[in-house]
Ligand binder design. Sequence first.
Ligand code: SF4
Length: 236
Amino acid sequence: MGRLRLATAWLGGCSGCHMSFLDMDEFLLDLADLADLVFSPPLVDTKVYPEGVDLVLVEGAVCNAEHLALIRTIRRRTRLVVALGDCAVTGNVSAIRNVLGGASAVLGRSYLENCDPPGPIPSDPDLVPTLLDRVVPVHAVVDVDLFLPGCPPSGPTIRAVLEKVIAGEPVDPGTLGLHFGGYGRRSLELDGGPTRPEWPSRDRPTRKGRDDGRANPDRPGDPDRGPRQDQHPPER
Ligand code: SF4
């Protein structure tokens, strides 16, 4: 395989996942020998997402029209799309605004109710991209090849995935300790192109103590775990 054409994308996120990418420390130097970083808003001054990207790490949820257009372009031009971090995987922090209702409710809350003096609500999409009514995770819009949960995923985890992909080896997130929301058990073969198998529910990885119906005394909140260490004893 030639040099990897690597990209990162920044949708609705805090950039913490990109900070984890930088947290790979000295491996970034190895990566520079093996890959070309062809698009990365915090790191590379390229404005247009290029064609022929091998792998992209996508941070953040899909929150506005700009994100929507970008993630669709990314999917068309990229072999492997990786949802990087909980905002990309589930919506997470970025989706908290969904509890307020649609876009107009969110804008009203921000620019009218909690603004002194109130308004105006920005209406020029060239200045502020149009908000979607609901924040959604990446896989709600496009196919995702791999989910890397975590808020943020650790630098070593990102490194482990990149090393596998660069070596042309399958990535089994189960071996990386990535189990979150039932996602994660996908097999990637860069040379063979992205695999997007249908995922029958019977093949989904189970989380011990929940999906398989058994109790897990190690997991906080499990009914059979007993009282948490930080809980006060019940009053008598
Ligand atoms: S997953 Fe966490 S660190 Fe990553 S963008 Fe979302 S809030 Fe930030």
